[in-house]
Design a protein around this ligand. Structure first.
Ligand SMILES: C[S@@+](CC[C@H](N)C(=O)[O-])C[C@H]1O[C@@H](n2cnc3c(N)ncnc32)[C@H](O)[C@@H]1O
Length: 308
């Protein structure tokens, strides 16, 4: 089947062009956890609850091995399951559509993920228990929903699996904080580390993850780190902006000139825009097929993970 034509407005030239909430610090931490699993040959599927326009999903997908499934669950333009959730969606995600997500995603990857369009309560019907190595919980930020998402994450995660819980401490998301710490104190979740925005944890043993994060230093350049203890559990805390950004997947539109802003009505004719200079790296990126790019990135990442 031919991929739908992508209108100029949805031709992200890099991950930075995809709107969303996935800061550099979390990109680096996702890379640490996912590249570690790659290095240790730990297999398993990937799951994201709450994708919006695809920023974190596009990044996560570059770590999917061919035999692994990446499931993405989002309401997109479907109805929310209750009025509170609908109000949350109207306020924060009014312009979201599944088409926009898919167009962004296809800019970086040949194949779409397995998409569950609907509330996250449908995830258990689509994702097998004990099948995932990484789960990102970033859908509704209301307590009842997040608490359910954490229960679902626990059921699908393998013992070596990692969960990332978004907005566990923001002022405007007390429901996520409540559900997160409830899972820590009553639900067996063991925190590994915190970023400004996310808590990373496991239902397995957090120590090997923590020891590795502590032992390797180059990736932490530019970051502040502290070692905290909560209820007898060690938690590493990272903040700041990483000096070495994560290796983001490359867009098939990487070499294109930026989209022109909409023309002002009845203005005098303007000279045709000059194409942006294409740097050698960009040109190579545009000419290579994404699977090749993905393999090269993976190799580079594995090398970086070994040496840092
Ligand atoms: C914060 S955004 C996700 C951000 C995204 N991970 C990124 O990298 O930019 C939250 C997403 O959750 C979705 N969402 C909200 N409530 C949901 C629910 N009950 N079930 C599934 N998705 C939901 C919204 O449609 C929105 O796309």
């Amino acid at each position: 089947m031919t991929a739908p034509t992508t209108p100029a407005a949805q031709r992200p030239r890099s991950l930075d062009d995809v709107k969303g909430w996935f800061p550099p610090l979390d990109q680096v931490l996702f890379e640490r956890f996912l590249a570690r699993q790659e290095r240790l040959d730990e297999r398993g599927d990937l799951l994201e609850m709450g994708a919006y326009l695809g920023k974190s999903a596009i990044f996560t997908a570059s770590f999917r091995r061919p035999e692994e499934r990446f499931t993405v669950c989002d309401l997109f333009d479907a109805d929310a399951p209750d009025e509170h959730n609908a109000a949350e969606a109207r306020k924060s995600y009014a312009t979201l559509t599944r088409v926009a997500f898919e167009q962004n995603y296809r800019a970086f990857h040949d194949e779409l993920p397995y998409i569950v369009q609907g509330p996250t309560s449908e995830v258990p019907a689509h994702v097998r228990p004990d099948s995932c190595r990484f789960v990102h919980v970033d859908a509704s930020h209301l307590y009842e929903h997040v608490a359910g998402d954490i229960v679902a994450a626990r059921a699908v995660l393998l013992p070596h699996g990692v969960v990332a819980l978004d907005d566990f401490r923001s002022e405007h998301t007390p429901g996520v904080a409540a559900a997160t710490w409830e899972a820590v104190f009553n639900g067996g979740l063991r925190p590994i580390c915190l970023s400004t925005q996310k808590l990373y944890g496991t239902w397995g043993d957090p120590e090997p993850f923590q020891e590795e994060l502590l032992a390797t230093t180059e990736w932490r350049a530019g970051l502040r780190m502290s070692v905290q203890e909560v209820g007898g559990q060690r938690i590493l805390r990272f903040s700041g902006r990483p000096e070495h950004p994560a290796t983001a997947p490359v867009s098939r539109f990487a070499g294109e000139a930026p989209a022109e802003p909409a023309a002002a009505p009845a203005a005098a004719p303007r000279p045709a825009p000059r194409p942006a200079p294409v740097r050698a790296g960009r040109r190579v990126a545009r000419e290579l097929l994404p699977p090749i790019v993905t393999r090269a990135l993976r190799k580079r990442r594995a090398e970086r993970a070994r040496t840092r």
